[in-house]
Design a protein around this ligand. Structure first.
Ligand code: TYD
Ligand code: MG
Length: 407
């Protein structure tokens, strides 16, 4: 059979193209298309008949899957109540955000609860991981540690060890000798993830894959890794803040959009069980430009502080700087304040920030943003015991209150 022609795959969305192009037609990303090695044999024609597969009905006597709790409440909640056996989980995040630290701590917690755990590092030598474990006070946890990147050897080890949980740090460093491409390439990441997920299902081993995220916020390599696994968690946080948020963006065994909050300390990640206290910066005295937003993150109500600064601008087009919120939302809220409430922001620089490195995407935060903007513009502090949660009404109570205060 003739060798098939090389194909070109977009690293951002996984779309396959017949020839190279600077821009991917499917997702619009630039410079994301790479050549993939051709398959050694083309697809065979469906000449022979397959066998009939067994079919069942939907009724079941089976109980929901038993879950193993790690005892790290913030992690267990994001997983939907604990680790499900034979599940595949992807943990994505920026390099250096703390994925390896989190997973080493999680593996040690699961191991202390009696689960047989394997931690395979493809990025650090075993001695480095042992030193980190020592610093984190985890040396006594019964975790089996390996440093390897050859997936064939890792799968053989997993098959003979049969652990309850295997952590692979990271999927980008794994390589399969059957795929003619460099480690970290689209084909390698896809093939390695496929092998590990298939292994997890077949052998009943829970597998956690670590994946680095590109600048654009996507897991490097094809998006297909996200489709293959049962659960996708993102570990995120601002560089300057010590707070980290573990967010479930997909979960076949629990609610998505659940968050767990951690703080990076000198002794590793500490759980933050009352995130409201953390996201509200010093609330001792009322400050103009600060408004508290009461929102829901997953199953928990969380209070977040929105901080605004409004200052005269000497630029033709005044600055609009936003951290932790969508900048489009700020423009909309400013336009509503101008058009519906007659409060102009022309000639004023506007800076908006969500305290604690939190990201707010709920539309219910609009009112708190408007209150913070008005409070900053008029230089009037809102009462520190007030909090806001609603879609922004054109002439809401906060607008009337600030107006009354300022005449
Ligand atoms: P790491 O888990 O190696 O990140 P990733 O695996 O996501 O690339 O975390 C590295 C960062 O965490 C590094 O900047 C140092 C910091 N850190 C602490 O602040 N305290 C600690 O106890 C540890 C282990 C790391
Ligand atoms: Mg790491």
């Amino acid at each position: 059979m003739s060798r098939s022609a090389p194909s070109f795959t977009c690293t951002a969305c996984g779309a396959v193209h017949r020839k190279w192009a600077g821009k991917c037609d499917a997702c619009g990303a630039w410079n994301s298309i790479v050549e993939e090695a051709p398959l050694s044999s083309g697809p065979k024609s469906l000449g022979a008949k397959g066998r009939s597969i067994p079919l069942t009905d939907l009724a079941t006597e089976e109980q929901p899957p038993p879950r193993a709790a790690s005892g790290m409440e913030e992690l267990d909640r994001v997983l939907g109540g604990g680790l499900v056996p034979a599940s595949a989980i992807l943990v994505g995040g920026d390099p250096g955000i703390g994925k390896s630290t989190l997973l080493l701590q999680a593996t040690a917690s699961f191991a202390r609860k009696g689960l047989k755990c394997l931690y395979i590092s493809g990025e650090e030598a075993a001695a480095q991981v042992r030193m980190r474990a020592q610093r984190l006070g985890l040396s006594d946890a019964p975790v089996a540690l390996g440093a390897e990147t050859a997936l064939r050897d890792i799968l053989t080890t997993l098959d003979s060890e049969r652990p309850h949980l295997a952590v692979i740090d990271s999927i980008q460093t794994m390589w399969l000798d059957t795929v003619e491409a460099a480690p970290g390439s689209v084909s390698q990441v896809r093939a390695a993830a496929h092998e590990l997920v298939t292994f997890a299902k077949r052998r009943g081993v829970a597998v956690i894959l670590v994946g680095h995220v590109t600048k654009e916020g996507q897991i490097a390599g094809p998006r297909v890794v996200e489709h293959m696994v049962d659960t996708v968690l993102y570990f995120e946080g601002e560089r300057g803040h010590q707070f980290r948020i573990l967010r479930a963006v997909k979960n076949r065994f629990g609610p998505a959009d659940e968050i767990g909050v951690f703080e990076m300390t000198g002794d590793g990640l500490a759980q933050v069980t009352n995130p409201s206290a953390l996201f509200l910066s010093d609330r001792g005295q009322a400050t103009p430009g600060s408004a508290v937003f009461a929102g829901i993150e997953g199953t928990r109500p969380v209070l977040t502080e929105i901080q605004a600064l409004v200052a005269p601008s000497n630029l033709g087009t005044p600055r609009r700087t936003v951290v932790g919120l969508d900048s489009g939302r700020l423009s909309t809220i400013l336009a509503v304040l101008e058009a519906r409430c007659g409060i102009p922001f022309a000639g004023l620089d506007v800076f908006l920030n969500v305290a604690g490195g939190m990201r707010v995407s709920e539309p219910a935060a609009d009112l708190a943003v408007a209150a913070a903007l008005l409070s900053a513009r008029e230089d009037v502090a809102l009462p520190p015991t007030w909090c806001f949660s609603a879609r922004f009404p054109s002439r809401g109570p906060c607008v009337r209150w600030v107006r009354r205060k300022t005449g």
